[in-house]
Design a protein around this ligand. Structure first.
Ligand SMILES: [Zn+2]
Length: 317
């Protein structure tokens, strides 16, 4: 007996996804990222003002999309540091797809409730954007750095690729928060997305002429620019539907998605290790009146408490 088990008309889910793809017969590859639950987890652990939350969403999506273009075994880290009301925003992705992030900002700046214009110069001022891939001790640390010179985070990243890497790259980033009646129950919900296309110097279409390859690339970028932020974040359009809409004419080959989900890598041992590196005097300064040290993970806001005896052990290590 066929039973209609469908839930009543709620909006379709917006699952976390990292989808690699290739435009057929060309040197253009791409990555599509959409973050729903992972972004919600970050939002639920921090009470960000809306512009900071949106910047956080774009930073998570940018980290996820860039991490998906490199092969690594370790941690891909993206951070922007600036002189503005948001002085730090960080996101990292480990090679198993664990994603996390946090932003540091001047609360008083946003207390007025007035929404500053959403742009990198207004939110972050001047500073830089840095990428690192940390593959553990005794390995080379890859690092890229670029000044925060664009109006948006995607522009800053594109400037980096234009000036530092030999890869032509175009990136679209978007993030939005749920507003209206469904929002503000107890957690904030959001959606973030990124679409990246990249021209590979040694792609599969070597048989094509230089002009044809140039045209393939230009078309891929023009088509990408035809996608609006609202479409990228629309749960009614599935991820493959977006890619099909944009690139069906030439054909698009979609690969298995790479894992991505919110996961913090903090642990009591790691925090203890960090505390042990401080001098005994600083450890005493960190003690509360109750004689304990409470260290909070900036990413997931977990508190790790160390009592007198445990602090003694830290001091001796
Ligand atoms: Zn944590």
């Amino acid at each position: 007996m066929a039973k209609n088990t469908r839930a009543k008309s709620t909006r379709p889910a917006f699952p976390d996804i990292v989808r690699p793809f290739q435009i057929e017969g060309s040197d253009v590859r791409g990555r599509l990222v959409r973050l729903g639950p992972a972004f919600d987890m970050v939002l639920s652990q921090h009470d960000y003002p809306p512009p900071v939350a949106r910047l956080m969403g774009e930073t998570l999506a940018l980290a996820a999309v860039l991490a998906a273009t490199v092969k690594y075994d370790g941690v891909f880290n993206l951070q922007a540091k600036g002189s503005g009301p948001v002085d730090l925003v960080v996101a990292d992705v480990d090679s198993e797809g664990g994603l996390r992030g946090y932003a540091r900002y001047d609360k008083t700046h946003f207390d007025s409730g007035e929404e500053p214009e959403y742009s990198i110069p207004r939110l972050m001022g001047t500073g830089h954007l840095a990428f690192t891939v940390d593959q553990g001790p005794d390995t080379d640390r890859y690092q890229g750095i670029t000044p925060l010179e664009g109006a948006s985070l995607s522009e800053c990243a594109q400037i980096y690729f234009r000036t530092s890497e030999q890869l032509e790259t175009a990136i679209l980033l978007a993030a939005e928060l749920d507003t209206g009646a469904s929002a503000k129950i107890d957690t904030m919900h959001g959606r973030a997305g990124a679409l990246l296309v990249q021209r590979l110097p040694d792609g599969p279409s070597l048989a094509r002429t230089e002009e044809e390859r140039e045209e393939d690339w230009r078309n891929a970028v023009v088509l990408m620019s035809s996608l609006s932020a609202a479409e990228l974040l629309n749960p009614d359009i599935p991820s493959n539907g977006i890619l099909y809409r944009l690139y069906h004419e030439k054909g698009v080959r979609v690969f298995n998605s790479r894992p991505i989900e919110f996961r913090c890598r903090c642990s009591r041992d790691k925090i203890a290790e960090a505390l042990a590196s401080f001098s005994p005097e600083s450890l005493i300064d960190m003690k509360t009146d109750a004689g304990v040290i409470v260290a909070t993970c900036e990413f997931c806001h977990t508190d790790y408490k160390f009592d007198e005896d445990q602090i003694e052990i830290l001091r001796d290590t």
